[in-house]
Design a protein around this ligand. Structure first.
Ligand code: OSB
Ligand code: MG
Length: 378
């Protein structure tokens, strides 16, 4: 693939309703999209960074900075045999996994289109439908949370994940578990607790949780290794795991029994694939996490979820749970059994709605062979 051009865009999209986590509330999304053209074919990726650095260190603006100053200028005129060769191109840049992932995944889309096959097949996927769960934001009171859970179960979703934070945790989970004694139920603390809270975290043993996601500090695998033997709930790491090496350390230390793979958090499909293989070899189930993506990021999540290690329902759910109108066609839809059928057309397998993206764009920057210099439009 000879890269001809790369276009960065920031689009603004408003979530249907605010999403509250222990680190803050998200509603007005500032999403970066990356379009790469290589061998005359256009591919799309999404940068999954948040607007503020509450989940991880990256933001929409740090990603724009890294992409426009350090990554995009390297690309025009470069030839890569495979998208999986891209990580080596940006190896000298430390961190900024989400920024890198936006470009790498666009290259995967190009490569799959050039090969005339769906992306999920190119990645080595083995299933034609994926199992879906939902992640529910923190609510005012337990009753309204129970009502939300009922709605999602009626739509068919196979697993419910509740966001928790100190003061909005035990009573909420208890109310949901009481109403739905049999469902697959998880909680996600997004690093809101400390090792001193062990007795409180152990009290969740009552609820037969499928997992407790990232209870402790975002960068502290060691503290999770101390916590895991003291609680029954299997710990699932999210924020702590940025690459396969982190996963191997966490597994060897018994810091978790499950890992959430987010393609952006680990730097792209190449690392996500290697991480799931490493976990599979060691009997650690993985599932695909979400970052409130537009249809483009969602399509990439659908594709990676087909790999053999992804044995638990992911946080990949229908476009219409988030957006009044998505930027892809068809939108991502979930069956009444809580599954998404993977697309059979080449690349990400969903049509990108250019006119709609154009209308949502607030800034863009293009890098191409002919100009070499970039063109900035605000
Ligand atoms: O921790 O999984 C998380 C959303 C934003 C930031 C972090 C997380 C989440 C979610 C939502 O849980 C997942 C989704 O539905 O996209
Ligand atoms: Mg999480």
């Amino acid at each position: 693939m000879k890269i001809e051009s790369i276009v960065l865009r920031e689009i603004h999209m408003r979530l249907k309703s605010p999403f509250e986590t222990s680190f803050g509330t998200m509603q007005n999304r500032r999403i970066l999209l990356v379009e790469v053209v290589a061998d005359g074919i256009s591919g799309w990726g999404e940068v999954t960074a948040g607007e503020s650095p509450g989940y991880n260190a990256e933001t929409t603006d740090t990603a724009w900075h890294i992409l426009s100053n350090f990554i995009a200028p390297l690309l025009p005129d470069k030839t890569l045999a495979h998208a999986s060769d891209f990580p080596a191109v940006v190896e000298h840049i430390r961190g900024h996994e989400m920024a890198k992932s936006g470009v790498e995944n666009a290259l995967w889309d190009v490569e799959a289109k050039l090969a005339g096959i769906p992306l999920w097949r190119l990645l080595g996927g083995v299933r034609e439908q994926i199992n879906c769960g939902v992640s529910l934001g923190i609510r005012e009171d337990p009753q309204s949370l129970v009502a939300r859970v009922q709605e999602e179960l009626s739509s068919g979703y196979q697993r419910i994940k509740l966001k928790i934070k100190p003061g909005k945790d035990y009573d909420f989970v208890r109310a949901v578990r009481k109403e739905f004694p049999k469902i697959l139920l998880s909680v996600d603390a997004n690093s809101a607790y400390r090792l001193d809270d062990v007795a409180h975290l152990a009290s969740f043993d009552d609820f037969d949780l499928l997992m407790m996601e990232q209870p402790l500090d975002w960068d502290d695998i060691f503290a999770h290794a101390k916590l895991q033997p003291l609680i029954k709930s299997p710990i699932c790491l999210d924020e702590c795991i940025h690459n396969t090496r982190h996963a191997l350390a966490a597994i060897e230390l018994n810091a978790c029994r499950i890992i959430n793979i987010k393609v952006g958090r680990v730097g792209g499909h190449t690392e996500a694939r290697s991480l799931q293989a490493a976990c599979k070899e060691r009997g650690i189930p993985v599932w695909c996490g979400g970052m409130l993506e537009s249809g483009i990021g969602r399509a990439h999540n659908v594709a990676i979820s087909t790999l053999p290690g992804f044995t638990l329902p992911g946080d990949v759910s229908a476009s219409r749970r988030y957006w009044n109108e998505d930027i892809i066609e068809p939108e991502v839809e979930v069956s009444t059994k809580g599954t998404i059928r993977v697309p059979m057309t080449p690349g990400i397998g969903y049509q990108v709605r250019r006119a709609r993206i154009e209308a949502l764009t607030v800034r863009s920057q293009a890098f191409s062979i002919s100009s070499r210099a970039s063109v900035l439009t605000v």
